[in-house]
Design a protein around this ligand. Structure first.
Ligand SMILES: CC(C)(COP(=O)(O)OP(=O)(O)OC[C@H]1O[C@@H](n2cnc3c(N)ncnc32)[C@H](O)[C@@H]1OP(=O)(O)O)[C@@H](O)C(=O)NCCC(=O)NCCS
Length: 209
């Protein structure tokens, strides 16, 4: 699968308001459209190319995941990964649970996301857990949104009925992203895990597809 996402949106005032593939409008341009309905050709738009992850992406995926682990805002995972471990992780995935990556204009991977098995029991086959991780220097620049939008689209294509996730209540970026894409808070697990000797709550969210 190859998806060219939101390319050249700012190149011309004649282009459509949204990406033809996924309907996404970049944040800068969407706010311009909201104000005036006009795209200014001199504005810079961050464009990402979305595609399925390949084995050769293991190193970039590992680097970005380890940043998320080290930052202590994304996951209760504390064990840093290696490129080899991520390569094996990629190799073990089935098509219904893909990993996707976002490349910036230079072809560098800036973020990855995945549909994960929520529970191996047959009855849970319509539920997918999700992950989204953006490289530190690229956070807040739209990559998380385009990847999550693509996960929602892929979730529907693969026959899932809902997406679920758990997040830390103090993860402002994650909570903002999920709420903007229509995830609702199911509830809070109090003191669900310990990070560096401190109890942390986790918020459970879901989105029916
Ligand atoms: C959380 C994360 C995935 C969000 O992705 P991102 O690329 O930084 O977010 P985006 O730039 O796509 O922003 C998406 C929306 O959330 C909002 N947002 C992003 N970061 C925000 C922040 N720190 N505070 C408030 N709102 C924020 C944006 O305004 C944007 O809304 P808009 O599209 O309507 O303008 C990313 O920051 C990240 O990887 N963080 C570390 C790992 C992590 O926390 N993963 C999630 C685990 S639950």
């Amino acid at each position: 699968m190859l998806v060219i996402h939101c390319t050249s949106v700012a190149a011309s005032i004649a282009v459509a308001k949204t990406c033809e593939i996924c309907g996404h409008a970049s944040r800068k341009n969407r706010s311009l459209w909201n104000m005036s309905g006009i795209i200014f050709p001199f504005m810079t738009t961050l464009a990402y190319r979305l595609r399925l992850a390949a084995a050769s992406d293991a190193e970039a995926i590992c680097r970005i995941y380890n940043q998320g682990i080290e930052d202590r805002i994304a996951t209760l995972e504390t064990e840093l990964r290696t490129p080899d471990e991520r390569r094996q992780w990629l190799a073990n995935r089935r098509p219904r649970h893909p990993v996707i990556v976002a490349e910036n204009g230079s072809g560098d991977i800036t973020a990855w996301a995945s549909l994960n098995v929520f529970n191996a029991r047959e009855a849970y086959r319509f539920v997918a857990d999700i992950s989204v991780y953006v490289e530190r220097g690229w956070r807040g620049k739209g990559a998380g949104r385009v990847l999550l939008e693509k996960l929602v689209e892929l979730g529907r294509q693969h026959g899932f009925h809902k997406l679920v996730l758990s997040a830390f209540p103090f993860n402002a970026g994650g909570m903002a992203l999920y709420e903007k894409l229509g995830f609702r808070t199911v509830g809070t697990y109090r003191e669900q895990g310990q990070l560096d000797g401190k109890w942390v709550d986790t918020i459970i969210m879901e989105k029916l597809l």
